[in-house]
Design a protein around this ligand. Sequence first.
Ligand code: AHR
Length: 321
Amino acid sequence: TTPAGGEETTPATSGDVITVGFAQVGHESDWRTASTKSAQDVFSAENGYELSFVDCDNDSAAQLEAVRNFIQQGVDYIIIDPIVSTGWDAVLTECEDAGIPVIVIDRTIDDSDKYVSWVGSDFKVEGLACGEWLKAYAEDKGITEINALVIEGSTGASATIGRTDGFKEIADREGWTILASQTGDFTEAGGQEVMESYCQSYAGQFNVVICQNDNEAAGAMTAMDNAGVTYGVGGDVILVSFDANKPYVQMVMEGKINANFECNPMAAPTVAEIIQQLEAGETPEKEIYVTESWFVAEDNVSTITVNGEEQECIYVTQEVL
Ligand code: AHR
């Protein structure tokens, strides 16, 4: 696998306009907005592309229909960010039969390999990193008992499955208690609703809240503010988030969020490279991981060991932003 830089945009060079259909998950989060904008910037008319963009509004059936419509339209390439990781083989077979290469981004498809390449994050590593950081932080602070509440992302999404599995692996190893783990659907409203119910059901019993994306963290903060629960540096509750959108890295800097594990939304420039390789008759790599960092609010726990390798966390200072 190759780390994707995600900085440069490769313009289409064939002379003909290249038509691309993109079946996007929806518009549930700030991360998703960044992902959509990146694709729209890269697959622009200026760069030699015509983009058919469909916001599938987190509806799996609508996403399958969008892909089938792209086949009908006869686009040159199809990009899919799969809402859920299963149920793909039939429609990918239809793409294959129509001779349209499919490139998968961000979330994975786990029940079919009938796509050219996947570009995205290692969600399990994100969850493991979160657990390893929490272990190191707790040791550093002399916290001997972890009672965690998890607000999961959308059910069936590989981002949710990987982050949940990775964190649980460390929690099981360390003997931590996960009091509850419920979906907040990757939205601010979902995060707030779940946290409100947690604050009622587990009042005074939890010292860690893990939100599987920044929007959920925003909702959880509102719920904790309303319930009088303090969080972040110096608070009663350690608050962790995923995505690390810029405003939420700012919140790490301000100590409102203790640590934030980045999910890089900039897959589109790498997808453009893949398309150019295909146009040139080359075979792209099957799996390409985007590069990611971990941001922490205090510099006393800025390295962690994940999968046996020591990794740097970024201690957030003004210069990082
Ligand atoms: O699949 C990536 C996840 O989906 C991001 O973490 C989340 O913000 C988004 O909605």
